[in-house]
Design a binder for this molecule. Structure first.
Ligand code: SF4
Ligand code: SF4
Length: 155
């Protein structure tokens, strides 16, 4: 698809790698990242994560930046990054609500305002399905990735 028709093309600005508690991990994320780093899950948890209510999130370092983000190279776990990082900006809120989509554009220059919200929804749902990124509701699940009900509602 030509870039001007894509609802999203990451510009690698790093804005979405800042902030505390935003990167909620699934069990699948923990397994993938632990294997990538050559650690058992319990050591991975101790070194790189924090509890955040009932959820487990990636820790942050000085400046409230993700523990895996480096200014020069960006995401140091890119091929194995958490599902929530893979799914942005196609989060439930941005799919359901045009205003959220508009506001997300303030911090994410990768979102293409030119395609419109409806096309964003279509491409987003298609992407999440193809990549197997949808999640079932659960205490540890990132709510942003619970989208199965949206396929009937929005398409
Ligand atoms: S804020 Fe958007 S464009 Fe910037 S790195 Fe994150 S996803 Fe990519
Ligand atoms: S895991 Fe990678 S993409 Fe996700 S917030 Fe951290 S540095 Fe950014």
């Amino acid at each position: 698809m030509p870039e001007h028709e894509a609802a999203f093309t990451c510009k690698r600005c790093g804005n979405c790698c800042q902030g505390q508690g935003g990167i909620v991990l699934t069990g699948r994320d923990e397994d993938r990242l632990s294997a990538f780093l050559g650690l058992c899950v319990s050591v991975f948890r101790t070194r790189y994560t924090e509890k955040y209510g009932k959820k487990r999130v990636l820790a942050t370092k000085t400046g409230n930046v993700c523990i895996f983000f480096e200014a020069k190279s960006g995401c140091t776990v890119h091929p194995n990054k958490p599902d929530i990082c893979r799914s942005w900006p196609f989060f439930r809120g941005n799919l359901l609500d045009e205003l959220s989509w508009l506001m997300a554009q303030d911090s994410c220059p990768g979102i293409n305002p030119g395609v419109g919200h409806r096309e964003f929804v279509c491409q987003g749902l298609c992407f999440l399905q193809k990549q197997g990124l949808q999640q079932q509701p659960g205490a540890r699940t990132p709510a942003a990735l619970v989208v199965a009900d949206l396929y009937q509602k929005l398409t």
